[in-house]
Design a protein around this ligand. Structure first.
Ligand code: NPW
Ligand code: ADP
Length: 343
C-alpha cells in the first residue's frame, strides 16, 4: 500500500485473513480479554465477546461485574467469565419534608460499578491475553448524574467506573499486546482530557499497539471539536487522531475510515442495517478476534471493518435493511467469511 487513501477491495481483504494451521489448539488462535458491559449495557458484553470467537479467536474471557457475567453466561456457554469486584455507590437522598441541613441521608445502592481493587484481579489475565478490548458498554455514568447531590456530599459520592478505568489505563500503558479502545473507554479518555477536575493529572499514553474505534461524536469528544467538522473532513480528523493518540483509528459510519496516520483506507461495505444499537460492539469483537490471531492492528482494523460491512450486506439481503439486529450479524459472520474464502 502507498501513502494515498485507497478503497478496500475484496481481493486485498482476502489476503489479510489469518491462516488456520491444522496442527493447532485453542490458544494457537489467541486469547481475548474483553473488559465490557455494565448494568444497563449487558448486551454489549455479549455481542463483542461472541463476535471475537465467530471470526476465529480460540479463547475469550469476559471481565465484568458479576451481574453482567451472569447474564452473558445464561445466553452462551462459549465465553469464560472473570467476575470483577464491585462496590455499592453511596449517594445522598434529600428528604423534602425536613429542613435541608438535617435532610441528607447517605444511602447505598449496588449499581455494579467496578471497584478499583478489581485491577489486581486483572493482573494475571492481562499477562495471559494476547489482545485486550475495553469499553463496549462499560458505562461512564457517574453517580452525580444519576442522583440528587449537594456540594457538601460530593466528596463521598463514588464516581462510577472512572477510578477503575483510570487505573486500567495506567496498567495498559506499557502493554505490548494489541489493545482496542471502544465506546465508553473513549468517552472516559475524553472526560479525562477535557472535563475532569483532575485534568491536570497526566494521562498515560495509549499502549503501543492501540486501536480506537470512535463513531463521529466520540471522535468529536476526543478531539474536543464539533461533530460537523469531523463529518465534513473525516479522513483528515481520523489522521489527526491517529497521530495524537499514536493509534490505529477506525472512524465509524457510512464508508468508515481506517488509518494509522500514514496509511488511510476507506471501506465500501455496509448499509443502513448496521445503524442499529449494538452493531459497533460486534465490530469491536471482530477486530479483537483478528488481533488475537496475530493480525497487525492496521490490518485487523481493515479486515474487521470490511467483514463487518459485508456481514451487514449479507444479512440485509435476507432480512431487509429494516430488520437486521446486531445479534443477527453474529450469525452472518460465517457467511461473510465463506464469501471471502470462495473468492
Ligand atoms: N445492547 C447494548 O448493551 C448496547 C450498548 N451500547 C453501549 O452503550 C454505550 C453508549 O453508547 P452510545 O453510542 O449509545 O452513546 P454515546 O456515545 O453517548 O452517543 C450517543 C450520541 O452520540 C451521537 N451519535 C451516535 N452515533 C453517531 C454517529 N454515527 N454520528 C454522529 N453522532 C452520533 C448521537 O448524538 P446526536 O446526534 O443525537 O446529538 C447520540 O445521541 C456504549 O458503551 C456502547 O457500547 C450501545 O452500543 C447500544 C447497544
Ligand atoms: N448507514 C450506515 N452504513 C454503513 N455502516 C453503518 C451505517 N450506520 C452505522 N454503520 C456502522 O455500524 C456500526 C455502528 O457503531 P456505533 O455507532 O458504535 O453503534 P453502537 O454503539 O450502537 O453499537 C459502525 O461500524 C458503523 O460504521
Amino acid at each position: 500500500m502507498d501513502g494515498k487513501m485507497k478503497t478496500l477491495t475484496q481481493e486485498y481483504i482476502k489476503t489479510l485473513l489469518p491462516n488456520r494451521p491444522q496442527d493447532s489448539h485453542k490458544l494457537s488462535f489467541g486469547h481475548v480479554l474483553n473488559i465490557a458491559g455494565s448494568l444497563h449495557y449487558r448486551g454489549a458484553a455479549y455481542l463483542s465477546s461472541i463476535a471475537a470467537m465467530r471470526v476465529g479467536a480460540g479463547y475469550v474471557t469476559l471481565a465484568s461485574s458479576p451481574g453482567v457475567c451472569q447474564s452473558v453466561s445464561t445466553l452462551t456457554p462459549n465465553i469464560v467469565m472473570h467476575p470483577l469486584l464491585t462496590r455499592p455507590i453511596i449517594y445522598a437522598e434529600i428528604n423534602p419534608n425536613v429542613e435541608e441541613s438535617v435532610s441528607i441521608e447517605l444511602q447505598s445502592i449496588d449499581t455494579e460499578s467496578i471497584d478499583e481493587k478489581a485491577l489486581l484481579q486483572l493482573d494475571d489475565k492481562l499477562k495471559q491475553a494476547n489482545v485486550i478490548s475495553v469499553g463496549s458498554g462499560l458505562s461512564i455514568a457517574q453517580s452525580k448524574d444519576q442522583f440528587t447531590v449537594t456540594m457538601a456530599t460530593e466528596d463521598v459520592i463514588a464516581e462510577g467506573n472512572h477510578g477503575f478505568f483510570f487505573g486500567l489505563l495506567a496498567k495498559l500503558h506499557t502493554c505490548q499486546q494489541s489493545v482496542i479502545f471502544d465506546a465508553d473507554a473513549l468517552n472516559f479518555i475524553s472526560h479525562l482530557l477535557h472535563h475532569s477536575k483532575n485534568s491536570h493529572q497526566s494521562i498515560p499514553s495509549l499502549p503501543i499497539k492501540s486501536i480506537i474505534t470512535p463513531h463521529p461524536k466520540e471522535l468529536a469528544r476526543l478531539l474536543n471539536i464539533d461533530v460537523n467538522d469531523i463529518q465534513n473532513n473525516r479522513a483528515h480528523y481520523a489522521k489527526i487522531a491517529a497521530k495524537q493518540f499514536g493509534a490505529t483509528v477506525v472512524l465509524k459510519g457510512k464508508n468508515s475510515i481506517i488509518t494509522d496516520g500514514e496509511y488511510t483506507l476507506i471501506n465500501p461495505t455496509g448499509n443502513s442495517a448496521l445503524a442499529k444499537a449494538g452493531s459497533g460492539d460486534v465490530l469491536t469483537g471482530i477486530i479483537s478476534g483478528f488481533c488475537a490471531q496475530g493480525v497487525s492492528p492496521l490490518n485487523a482494523a481493515c479486515l474487521g471493518v470490511y467483514l463487518h460491512g459485508l456481514t451487514g450486506d449479507l444479512a440485509a439481503k435476507e432480512l431487509s435493511e429494516y430488520s437486521v439486529l446486531a445479534s443477527d450479524l453474529l450469525d452472518y459472520i460465517p457467511k461473510a467469511i465463506k464469501q471471502l474464502l470462495r473468492q
